[in-house]
Ligand binder design. Structure first.
Ligand SMILES: Cc1ncc(COP(=O)(O)O)c(C=O)c1O
Length: 387
């Protein structure tokens, strides 16, 4: 089966490791093992850290519980309003969760509608399984929110799934509960799945707001998430699918062929992370909110850069007004002084005057990186001459 090259991941693989200031990182500043254990120790349970280390040392490195430990499945389910452990399947990261879910769902000849720009898995995997994919473009003028009337015009009895990503990577926009419900109703009207990648769901900038899981809003929803972004634990490679039990059973049948089990260490530390998510989110939201404010100030200070201000997540989609394609822009910036941004063209040719910035990594890196981007913009201003 053929599959389109993954634009974002290929660009990251090529440029990321040599970057001096990396403004393309999408995980909130990743934690060390030590930080994770410190956070669990701060839980007030005396000896929590020692107990975890002891459990790790005694852990027999077998396959472990094939479907994941009871504690892990139950703690994941507890993050959803109406999920039980039978609604949860753990995989190696959200990317594997997306793959197995779409592998379970899609058959040749199906139609899929996918809102984009988004994480490319959500349309290229269905396409590789033989679906005919219709892309619903998210427009700057609509605040990068789906136009539900346009969506309704794209679905039919052949539609198997409507794929969305809430909050959205790259734009950082959020669909509200009522917007999500409207899309869910559109999916229900043609008996299609609502497929929602929720990798950034817990990083909402407004302290009083929350992003509802699509699973809690609709009967025929499949949602994915993981520990990489909001929990800062990409190195654990733990993600999950939450879906109706029948779907999970179907997916489990495919999982036997690809995964057997997730690592036992990942399972153990995943339980620690989810149990301590209050403190982890507190740490991360303070980074995300501080960095988002710094980014906003910078965008307002740059005459030829604008954006739809992100409401959640760790990324924003910067629109620029210079006569240079986004790949040349990013190569030029990188060559000048090692600053790394992601070209909008990785999300499709329509987005060639955009750049994706990942801003929630470290305030110092962000500050330095933005200073360097401004330096590059002054070079472009100079080349363009007075206007
Ligand atoms: C929207 C979205 N979903 C899923 C993933 C996959 O992440 P992981 O496999 O590390 O959980 C990413 C990674 O960038 C993402 O941005």
């Amino acid at each position: 089966m053929k599959i389109a090259p993954f634009g974002v991941e290929q660009w990251m693989n090529e440029w990321e490791t040599g970057a001096v200031t990396n403004l393309a990182e999408t995980c909130v500043d990743s934690m060390t093992m030590e930080e994770l254990l410190d956070i669990s120790d701060a839980s007030g349970t005396s000896g929590a850290r020692e107990e975890i280390v002891e459990r790790m040392m005694k852990l027999r490195l077998s396959y472990g519980d094939i479907l994941g430990s009871d504690e892990l499945l139950e703690s994941i389910a507890s993050m959803y309003g109406r999920a039980g452990r039978g609604n949860v399947m753990v995989m190696n990261g959200g990317s594997a969760a997306n793959f197995i879910s779409l592998y379970t769902m899609i058959e040749p000849g199906d139609e899929v509608v996918c809102a984009y720009p988004t994480y490319q898995q959500l349309y290229s995997i269905p396409e590789s399984f033989g679906a005919s994919v219709k892309l619903l473009r998210l427009r700057y003028e609509n605040g990068f929110k789906p136009d539900v009337d346009e969506l309704k015009g794209m679905i039919s009895d052949r539609t198997k799934a409507i794929c969305v990503n809430n909050s959205n990577n790259p734009t950082g926009t959020v669909m509200s509960q009522s917007e999500l419900r409207e899309i869910a109703r559109a999916a229900e009207s043609v008996n299609a799945w609502l497929y929602c990648d929720e990798a950034y769901r817990f990083m909402v900038h407004d302290q009083s707001a929350e992003i509802p899981s699509a699973f809690d809003l609709c009967e025929r929803a499949v949602v994915t998430c993981g520990l990489s972004k909001c929990f800062s634990l990409a190195g654990l490679r733990l993600g999950w699918v939450v879906a109706p039990e029948g779907f999970i059973n179907e997916a489990a049948c495919r999982r036997d062929y690809t995964t057997i089990s997730c690592g036992r260490l990942d399972d153990l530390l995943g339980c620690v992370a989810i149990k301590n998510r209050g403190r982890i989110f507190e740490r991360n939201l303070s980074i995300v909110r501080g960095c988002a404010a710094m980014l906003d100030e910078w965008v307002n200070s740059e005459r030829r850069i604008d954006y739809v201000k992100p409401e959640a997540g760790t990324t924003a989609f910067l629109r620029y007004d210079y006569e240079i394609g986004s790949e040349d822009f990013c190569r030029g910036l990188y060559r000048k002084d090692g600053t790394f941004l992601l070209p909008g063209a990785c999300f499709g040719p329509e987005f060639d005057r955009y750049l994706r910035i990942g801003y929630a990594y470290s305030p110092d890196v962000l500050e330095e990186g933005l200073r360097r981007v401004s330096g590059f913009l002054r070079d472009l201003d100079e080349e363009a001459g007075p206007n």
